[in-house]
Each structure stands twice: as structure tokens, then as C-alpha cells.
Design a protein around this ligand. Structure first.
Ligand code: SAH
Ligand code: SF4
Length: 363
């Protein structure tokens, strides 16, 4: 029974079989795993939660991922793109609210106009109050040159989920073509690490055809890549996507939520000092989902700053949580919810990954 017997040092180097045993834990064994992950997090990172004001600035996408509502083939989506002024006022709002960092996310585009625009926006955001905002980008696969341009402009964190580190499963949830190449996605993660970003990746939990072996393999992949951040969230079937027809093959909402929590907890034991996002998808399938993720070892939350009129068009998956909340409501709600579980927001700080900072100090 690994959950009660493995010591902290051993859990940093678990084998696939040991990880699978922990992911299979249920009832009291699962509770004990989550408690242990919380202990490790509090010991290593204290009870702080870092915020990234999320700006979903456009939903046009060149790709056709089989699970995502923003895919190119979904004609039902009304496409939008925020203006520069709208993006910059979201960033200023993040600063006024004391968030310390923003995250720019959108569908994937690689045209020169888009690349130049992001570079310009990053530079403009950096001018706010003398560069006080940290900038995370989540803009999909790009060339190493593009990643470098955005890094040089001032972005310092990048999120690119591998979605599944198992090649076979990857091609069950993506079309098998040049635009959705597994090896290219890995190459992008390598380019991001090489460029010097605090690089984040992650997977969806509860996909059709996903097994415990795949999930345990994903955790070992994060460790092998030595990433600074990870985002894990449940898969939520979207009716206007091809993967939806397999919805009866996936575990129920509670099982997907519990497996996400176990993934977070086991990863906290394996990589005690990385940043881990409590994804909004957690809250979508469980009203307490974000708090549960924080209690299982996550330490980052991304409150949505996208202007209200666009939010309903950024439907990656259905019934997204907090779509109607204003930023003020969101902040008060977060403060209260986190205090109730013994955590506090660290305002006005970038909240960098301690794992990343220490690795780079050692270099
Ligand atoms: N286009 C960028 C960023 C936007 S998508 C990219 O793909 O990297 C952000 C994340 O949303 C994806 O990485 C994916 O893991 C998640 N996502 C997409 N569809 C989802 C669904 N149906 N359920 C849960 N998460 C989903
Ligand atoms: Fe586009 Fe990202 Fe959705 Fe894939 S997951 S379709 S790249 S927005």
C-alpha cells in the first residue's frame, strides 16, 4: 500500500508501477495520498496561491484537435479577436487587482501579422508600471524563432500541454497529419525550454481510450522533461467535436475529477517545487473543483479577465465555470474560497516556479 508507506524522498523517483498503484488509490487510501501531497506543498511552497489574469484574446484556430470547441472545423463558433486596446486594458486591470501576472491565450495562429502583434502586445504590457506584470503565453505551436522573439519582448512563461505523452493516444485525439504532429509538439516543448521560458505542459484527464498506464506515463514524461509548470484538468466532451461520439467510453464526472486530483497529488510528490495550475475545467465539473485541486497540491489559479461579451465564444468545452463573473466578483469569491481552505493569494508578485528559479541559480 504505497500511499501510506512511501517516504518523501522515494516518491520523487517512483516507477511506472508505483505511480499506477497510487493513481488506483480509492477511499481512505486516496484521502491519505491527497493529505500527503498537501503536506509536501505546504512544506516546500507554503500556503500561497499565485494568480495569472487570463486574457482569452482570440478564438480563431488553424488546428483541428478532435476534442476542442475552437477547432477550425467547428462552423458553429462565432470567431472574435480582442483589439490591442482591449488586451491592454485587461492587463492594466490585472495590475490594478494586484494579480502580478497575466496569461495570454488563444487559438493557434502562425501568420506573420499575428506573430508581430503578439510581440508588440508583450512589449506594451511590459511598459505597465515599469514592467511589474509577469507574462505567460499559451499560443500553441510556433517556430523556435517566434518563441525567441516573444521571449526577447518580455514573455517569460509558456504553457503548451502535450495533451497526451503517449503517441498512439495522441493520434486518437488529433488528426494524423502534418499540422498535428506528435514529434513536432515535443520539439516545441524542447524549443521553449531551450529559449529559457519557464515551460509548462500538461494533459487532459479522462479522455476516451486513456488508461492508467498512459496517465502514469504522462507524469514520468513531465519529470523527464523537467518542466517548471504543469496544468492538469478533466476532459469535458464538447458536442460540436468529433471526439464527442466516444463520450460513453469515458469515466463519469466524479471519477474524472478524482483522477485529476490524484494526478496532481502524485505529481506534487514527484516534483515538489513546480507550479501547478488548478484548471478552470476542474470547477466546471465540480463546484468545489478548484479548491480541491489546491488542496491536492496545485498552487496557481487563472482568474478570467476576458471582457464578458467574448467569454461565451471561447467555449473550448461546454458549461465553462465563472463565465458570467466580473473580475471584482471573481476576486472576492477567490479570497473567500481560498481562506476557507487555509490558503492565501500572494498579491503583486510574479509567483515564479521555485523549481525553475533554483535550477537556474544552480547553473
Ligand atoms: N491553442 C492553444 C491554447 C488554447 S487551448 C493550445 O492548444 O495550446 C488550451 C487547452 O484547453 C488545451 O491545451 C487543452 O488541453 C484544453 N482543452 C481543449 N479542449 C478541451 C476539452 N474538451 N476539455 C478539457 N480541456 C480542453
Ligand atoms: Fe486550437 Fe488549442 Fe483548441 Fe487545438 S486545443 S483546436 S490548438 S484552441
Amino acid at each position: 500500500m504505497y500511499s501510506t508507506e512511501i517516504c518523501y524522498i522515494c516518491t520523487m523517483d517512483m516507477t511506472l508501477e508505483e505511480i499506477k498503484a497510487l493513481l488506483a488509490a480509492e477511499g481512505e487510501e486516496m484521502e491519505s495520498l491527497l493529505r500527503r501531497a498537501l503536506e509536501v506543498k505546504l512544506r516546500e511552497l507554503d500556503n500561497y496561491v499565485h494568480l495569472r489574469g487570463l486574457i482569452e484574446f482570440g478564438n480563431t484556430c488553424e488546428k483541428n484537435c478532435l476534442y476542442c470547441g475552437l477547432r477550425r472545423g467547428n462552423a458553429k463558433v462565432e470567431r472574435y479577436c480582442l483589439t490591442d486596446d482591449e488586451v491592454l486594458s485587461c492587463a492594466r486591470l490585472a495590475h490594478e487587482l494586484g494579480y502580478g501576472s497575466v496569461a495570454l491565450q488563444s487559438g493557434e495562429r502562425s501568420d506573420p501579422e499575428f506573430i508581430a502583434r503578439i510581440e508588440r502586445l508583450v512589449r506594451e504590457i511590459k511598459k505597465i508600471d515599469g514592467g511589474c506584470l509577469g507574462i505567460t503565453l499559451s499560443l500553441g505551436e510556433q517556430t523556435e524563432d517566434t518563441y525567441r522573439r516573444w521571449f526577447d519582448a518580455g514573455a517569460h512563461r509558456y504553457l503548451l500541454r502535450i495533451e497526451s505523452s503517449n503517441e498512439e493516444l495522441y493520434y486518437k485525439i488529433h488528426p494524423r497529419d502534418a499540422k498535428h504532429s506528435f514529434s513536432q509538439r515535443i520539439g516545441c516543448l524542447e524549443s521553449l525550454l531551450k529559449t529559457g521560458y519557464q515551460t509548462g505542459t500538461g494533459v487532459m484527464v479522462g479522455l476516451p481510450f486513456q488508461t492508467l498506464d498512459h496517465l502514469a506515463g504522462d507524469l514520468l514524461f513531465f519529470k523527464k522533461m523537467d518542466v517548471a509548470m504543469v496544468g492538469l484538468g478533466p476532459y469535458i466532451p464538447h458536442p460540436d467535436t468529433p471526439l464527442y461520439r466516444f463520450k460513453d467510453l469515458i469515466p463519469g464526472a466524479k471519477e474524472r475529477m478524482d483522477m485529476t486530483l490524484k494526478m496532481i497529488a502524485v505529481l506534487r510528490l514527484m516534483m515538489p517545487r513546480i507550479n501547478m495550475v488548478a484548471a478552470t475545467a476542474n470547477q466546471t465539473i465540480d463546484p468545489q473543483g478548484r479548491e480541491k485541486a489546491i488542496r491536492a497540491g496545485a498552487n496557481v489559479i487563472m482568474p478570467n479577465l476576458t471582457p464578458g461579451e467574448y467569454r461565451e465564444s471561447y467555449f473550448i468545452y461546454p458549461d465553462k465555470a465563472c463565465v458570467k463573473d466580473t473580475p471584482d466578483q471573481c476576486q472576492t469569491c477567490l479570497d473567500i474560497r481560498l481562506a476557507a481552505i487555509g490558503h492565501r493569494i500572494l498579491y503583486n508578485a510574479w509567483g515564479d516556479s521555485l523549481a525553475f528559479t533554483q535550477k537556474n541559480t544552480r547553473k
